[in-house]
Design a protein. Structure first.
Length: 577
């Protein structure tokens, strides 16, 4: 008996109607056609959510062959529905969306892989080549998957699977799937329809945006239109749609078995698929339009020519938010959706410059070993449309995020200084020669330096950064106050973005927003330090170290937060009282 499960017609995509309610399952056709009535796609894993968004965009681009320009996009946005061509297209290709059968969706043909070499089909991170971040069960005792779960897992695996390890079947070693590395970004609107439409960028893409976009539209087709996705004339993507449905793994779901709970997928055949091209320089390297990419013109050692922004442990995404807005640096390419929304705001009038959107970031952090996942994460940032083309606002945002990062570093050094009084370990927070923080700094006029001099100075400063003893690191980590500092600032940062957005070109308004931000930084830093001092206890050594460390923090904040001219005076008043 052949079991039928068609992704266009059967329910498998988890979608929220409103916040706070459990997700409901929809078919792919329902998800697209009824998108205005739904809030967002919301799977149990952020990676699955991102992969489902990617698939929806691939179907829309393939079926609509557009939007060709902002005018066509504007019509879809205003009508709140897609062109009728989409339904015609879906009807034509419905048989290719079957999860099982001759043309199983996004899978290798039957008989290519050895049936005796099959294992349980687990979440990303759970197989013989990777750790078990998402599921602590092994490949031998994992629970079978329902058909909706199997469909979700298939799409996520083709999108996010990490490379590393030897593939079965005589194929090359495993390589990264398209979104395994770096953060991918989506603009988020107020409904699922708005979110999908905002990310439906002008198509076909220019080669300056996606270098593998073919001039021949017939070559840029999705995986379900190909008779055999793994037999191709070219070993590179032939366009954006081809890339969105890139078959990174040869997967074959074996026929499901019937259980008391319904049909379940228990085994899968799994091998390396098609590898994406690797460029030796920035011109040859693939740049994903969904990522924020840093171009390394002269990569050194193991450095890649194109480095996407990545999640880091203990580092919230908003701390790097200025990179997502900035278009001025030729070696920094922000997510293409930001460029597209800027064009829409300037040319259609539909997206107002005062519109408040959100930017969603999805991805995972990878450890020192290639197949070691530290965590998977989704974060949301405020996306003020005015920032996308206003140089003054981008500069202001860059300044305030630098203040935050500098404040965090000063706090970290102060905490190590506090800990040094308890652990009886010497620690100089200045890193080089000891400086007299009681002496008043004399202003110095500095001449402009060329880029080489600036780079040399930055490297020298990095070398001077003090390294804390392992005892101090363990003690400060045990207090756990650093995360509280950054968590407390997240809501303040969102207020700051909207305050700057409201001020726009009003310098006084921007100045007031910066001052409010500096007050928030200072207050949060001292509150965090005071909490650590409370954890340190009231011994004579702790109290003495606390006085020195707090004084150091006050002195540093006086340097970092220039518009708070009374910082040191206020600190002296606090000591007197």
């Amino acid at each position: 008996m052949t079991v039928s499960f068609n992704l266009l017609n059967d329910k498998w995509i988890p979608v929220l109607r409103r916040a706070g309610k459990p997700p409901e399952l929809l078919s792919l056709r329902e998800t697209l056609n009824y998108a205005p009535a739904w809030l967002t796609i919301h799977a149990s894993s952020p990676l699955t959510t991102a992969a489902l968004y990617r698939l929806c965009l691939a179907v829309l681009h393939a079926g609509l062959r557009g939007p060709e320009n902002p005018k066509q996009w504007k019509k879809w946005w205003n009508d709140k529905r897609w062109d009728k061509r989409l339904d015609v297209y879906l009807d034509e290709w419905t048989p290719r969306f079957e999860l099982f059968g001759k043309h199983a969706f996004w899978q290798v043909k039957e008989g290519v892989l050895d049936k005796d070499d099959a294992a349980m089909f687990l979440e990303v991170g759970v197989d013989r080549n990777m750790g078990t971040l998402f599921d602590h069960r092994t490949a031998l005792n994992a629970a079978p998957l329902s058909l909706p779960q199997a469909a979700q897992r298939l799409v996520m695996t083709q999108t996010f699977k990490l490379g590393g390890g030897v593939s079965r079947g005589g194929f090359k070693n495993f390589t990264h799937a398209p979104w395994a590395s770096g953060i991918v970004f989506f603009a988020e609107g107020d409904t699922l329809f708005e979110t999908l439409t905002l990310n439906l960028v002008e198509y076909p893409l220019r080669t300056s945006v996606f270098k593998y976009q073919s001039d021949n539209a017939k070559e840029d087709i999705p995986v379900w239109e190909r008779e055999d996705p793994f037999k191709r004339k070219h070993d590179t993507p032939r366009g954006y749609v081809d890339y969105l449905t890139w078959p990174s793994r040869r997967i074959r779901l074996l026929p499901p078995v019937e259980t008391e709970e319904g049909w379940r997928v228990t085994r899968v055949q799994f091998a390396q698929g098609l590898a994406l091209p690797k460029g030796k320089n920035a011109e040859d390297a693939l740049q994903d339009p969904a990522k924020c990419n840093r171009i390394n013109e002269k990569p050194k050692g193991t450095q890649q020519p194109v480095t996407p922004l990545r999640f880091e442990s203990g580092r919230a995404l908003w701390r790097d938010s200025s990179m997502l807005y900035d278009w001025r640096d030729k070696n920094l390419h922000r997510p293409h959706v930001c460029n597209w929304i800027s064009v829409l705001a300037n040319e259609t009038g539909v997206i107002d410059h005062a519109r408040s959107l959100r930017l969603m970031g999805f991805g995972m952090a990878i450890g020192d070993q290639a197949a070691n996942i530290l965590f998977a994460r989704a974060e949301r940032l405020p996306l003020a449309v005015s920032f996308l083309s206003n140089e003054g606002l981008v500069s202001a945002l860059s300044d305030v995020t630098k203040m935050a990062n500098d404040t965090g570093e000063a706090l970290e050094r102060a905490l190590y200084k506090l800990a040094s009084g308890l652990a009886d370990v010497n620690y100089n927070p200045f890193g080089g020669e000891k400086k007299d923080q009681d002496a008043e700094e004399k202003p110095r006029a500095r001449k402009a330096k060329n880029k080489k001099e600036e780079t040399a100075e930055e490297e020298e400063e990095q070398d001077k950064k003090p390294k804390a003893d392992e005892k101090l690191v363990k003690l400060v980590n045990a207090w756990g106050v650093d995360a509280r500092f950054w968590d407390a600032l997240e809501s303040e940062f969102e207020k700051l973005v909207w305050a700057l957005d409201h001020a726009r070109d009003d310098e006084q308004g921007r100045d007031a927003a910066r001052v409010a931000w500096q007050h928030a930084l200072r207050q949060t830093a001292f509150q965090t330090f005071d909490l650590a001092q409370e954890y340190a206890g009231d011994s004579a050594g702790a109290l003495h170290a606390g006085v020195d460390a707090r004084g150091y923090l006050a002195w540093q904040l006086g340097r970092i937060l220039p518009q708070m001219k009374s910082v040191q005076e206020e600190e002296l008043d606090e000591r007197r009282t």
